[in-house]
Design a protein around this ligand. Sequence first.
Ligand SMILES: Cc1cc2nc3c(=O)[nH]c(=O)nc-3n(C[C@H](O)[C@H](O)[C@H](O)COP(=O)(O)OP(=O)(O)OC[C@H]3O[C@@H](n4cnc5c(N)ncnc54)[C@H](O)[C@@H]3O)c2cc1C
Length: 460
Amino acid sequence: MFHKVAIIGGGAAAATLVSELLERGTKPPLHLDWYAGAPEPGRGIAYGTPSGEHLLNVRAASMGMFVSKPGGFLEYAQERDPSVKGSDFLPRRLYGDFLQSRVAQAIRNAPALGHDINILPLSAESLVPSSDGVTIGYGDNEARADAAVLAIGSLPPRPLPGVEDAAIASGRYVVDPWPFLAGAVDDDRPLRVLVIGLGLTAVDVLLELSRRWPNARFDALSRHGKLPEPHLAAASAPADDGGELVDAMRDDPNVRAWLRRLRDATAHAEDWRTVIDGLRPHTQALWRDLPRGERARFLRHARWAWERARHRMPPQVAAKIASLEKAGRLTRDRGRMRSVHLTPDGVLDVTRGVPGGGDVVQSYDVVIQTVGLNTDTQRTEHPLIRQLVLGGHVAPEAEGLGLMAETDGRLHDASGKPRANVFAIGSLLRGTLWESTAIPEIRKQAQALANLLLSPDKRR
Ligand SMILES: Cc1cc2nc3c(=O)[nH]c(=O)nc-3n(C[C@H](O)[C@H](O)[C@H](O)COP(=O)(O)OP(=O)(O)OC[C@H]3O[C@@H](n4cnc5c(N)ncnc54)[C@H](O)[C@@H]3O)c2cc1C
């Protein structure tokens, strides 16, 4: 086993792994250095939101933190409000409370098992692996560990091509919606707002800002102009185990054939969601077997449709968005943003291509970019990932889906060899696993990685 492990990241993935490790009775005990990046770790981006508008998009019964206790979150929520049901979509900030309380409990119990943990509210800025361990740089300091785990979530978003630097510098073009939402204040001016992208982040932005800015009007622009699909009000069981469909997809790993089979299966299902949910336990294996060229085809042509079917809105959220549209406060457009220019009078002129050809220009007071998770490790400014990539210590995934890795989380070096002592969990593994960002996957990865880190044949 590795005795001294560095865990880098301050969100749900790091909190889950720290808790998994600290609750094991290992001999000799463990020492953990947790580079948490912030003073109160555990919530990360998704569960750090203070807004009551922001709900989990997974039902309470499925949000347990540990594989061994899948109902843990539901119990926690019911202790506070007995009327909560397993099928409810609860506020994400409650989930953040839950994560923090569970990791705090694991930290409190650690000394009784002989473990110790050092929580550093700092970012790890460099990591140099060698055959006998890793050296982590933070601030002006360095520390050694036997192994390190990257649990850093997705990378900071980058501005879309065509956005002028002056537009970003003005503060009116928002590249990262989360800090912007955290600092947004009530404003009753008749603001004109454009949201670029129409996934779940856009939905969060629309819910929060339409409440805080009651006289604002919103346009939302995306390639297809479609919102995420809604969940059903009542939980539906996944279609059997997807067995027959999965076997057929495995036998013919070809995106066009997959889409045909999915269309057939959903046409015969009582509700199409049961087919998508039935695939979930098999998605990682299907992705693994998909040839490289087919993966690229999926990302180009089918990704958007998969994302909106798979990452759905709670029904009450869908109803709020529908009422914004009905009241004329939200319009959705199909098209592609071409450029954003800051005019001398301080507004943003946005040029967008419209379907069928031609461009239109519209003026906005604020433009917010919500184009999904960034996992492009080749082009990031994230200091640690940049240092790791430039130093050849890890290998970027060619399609921008994190880092090259084994399915157990061991990262590859630049020559394609799995490293023995540097691991990742969560979004950085998208290229290897595809389905690797939500809690049901993260808790499985945390359990498996804890087993691997503590296995007796990993001697240090
Ligand atoms: C808005 C939103 C809503 C979501 N809702 C759900 C949901 O309802 N259900 C669900 O299952 N999943 C949901 N997800 C998926 C979500 O990604 C995961 O559930 C989970 O939050 C991922 O946690 P993480 O720790 O991997 O990443 P993050 O939450 O991104 O945490 C990573 C943390 O590491 C820090 N960090 C980065 N670099 C360093 C460094 N060098 N040193 C130290 N710290 C560093 C970052 O600042 C960040 O705080 C949602 C995601 C988003 C964005």
